[in-house]
Unconditional design. Structure first.
Length: 318
């Protein structure tokens, strides 16, 4: 019997390795191997403790059932074609499995006029101006702070906190995990998160939000799993472009065009120089939100709204 391979840190690499192994076999041995891989995927949806999170499992369970019913009895040309389609599903299933409550990019299904404004990489030279604009429009926001900048600008952290804004974790040193391929990356990620956690507590931030935004929006399944184990929800965004080198006018236009109910808008307040473009875009967005009667909320508020929507939907089904 074909043995399931050992766990890889990156699930997609693991599935690709298994597919290559299966190609050496034929007929029912391939089927048997893929069937076992389906079971492996099901268990991979759990954390390192080995417990299956049933909210993450349905995609894997479907793969197991389809493979068993289609291929075990006998093979035909249509089934062979379906085999390749299902192989692709096996390869990309981890991304579907982990699109759950531990990863959040906004509310796509709501029509209620709510939106969250978020700021990355601070505190920095632009933070004070950002706080002034938020006060002017009586808006609360979520700041994903970098530990290295918290250490250098603790007075700005206190301002963010005293103004009533939500504070999330953006790791310590802004390491690019897309390019970091060393085997210690899981330990490094944990250390980056914990170091910033410690600095926030030292900075008198009481109960910082358990929200994590990885540098460059990194959200591979293994990283999502670690975030969940550490009690964090990984948060990305629905739109942002103030770092892309576009003109001030183009940047403002794009931000205004991408305002939508349930969205999470990304800006940057880090760095040692004032980000004039960011401030122009932010003021234009705040003005439009005010005119269109949007409720500007924190990411935590959006997550609470998601939970209440789910409870309502479950109540209707019941």
């Amino acid at each position: 019997m074909t043995k399931p391979f050992s766990r890889h840190a990156n699930p997609r690499q693991a599935h690709a390795a298994f597919f290559a192994k299966c190609c050496k076999h034929s007929g029912r041995r391939v089927v048997r191997g893929l069937f076992l891989q389906g079971i492996h995927t099901l268990f991979h949806s759990a954390g390192e403790n080995g417990k299956i999170n049933r909210k993450k499992a349905p995609a894997s369970a479907c793969i197991i059932i389809m493979l068993k019913k289609i291929f075990l009895p006998f093979a035909t040309l249509p089934r062979l074609i379906t085999f390749f389609a299902l192989t692709l599903i096996c390869l990309y299933a981890p991304d579907m499995i982990y699109a759950d409550e531990n990863f959040f990019t906004g509310l796509d299904t709501t029509t209620r006029k709510v939106i969250a404004l978020t700021f990355d990489d601070g505190p920095g030279a632009t933070t004070d101006e950002v706080l002034g604009l938020l006060r002017k429009y009586r808006a609360r926001a979520t700041f994903f702070v970098l530990g290295c900048n918290v250490a250098a600008n603790s007075f700005l952290l206190k301002k963010i906190y005293s103004d009533g804004h939500e504070i999330g974790n953006h790791t310590y040193a802004h390491i690019n995990f897309y390019t970091y391929k060393k085997p210690d990356r899981a330990e490094l990620m944990r250390a980056e998160i914990l170091k910033t956690e410690s600095l926030l507590k030292r900075g008198s931030v009481i109960n910082p939000a358990r929200l994590l935004r990885m540098p460059y929006g990194y959200n591979a399944p293994w990283a999502r799993a670690i975030a969940g184990e550490m009690g964090y929800v990984m948060v990305n965004w629905s739109f942002g472009c103030d770092w892309m080198g576009k003109s001030d006018e183009e940047t403002v236009r794009l931000y205004l065009e991408n305002i939508k109910p349930g969205g999470i808008i990304l800006f940057h307040d880090g760095g040692k120089t004032l980000k004039v473009k960011t401030l122009k875009a932010l003021e234009a967005v705040l003005e439009k939100l005010s005119k269109e009667n949007y409720e500007i909320v924190t990411v935590g508020d959006l997550l609470k709204l998601r939970s209440s929507m789910r409870r309502r939907d479950e109540g209707k089904k019941g």
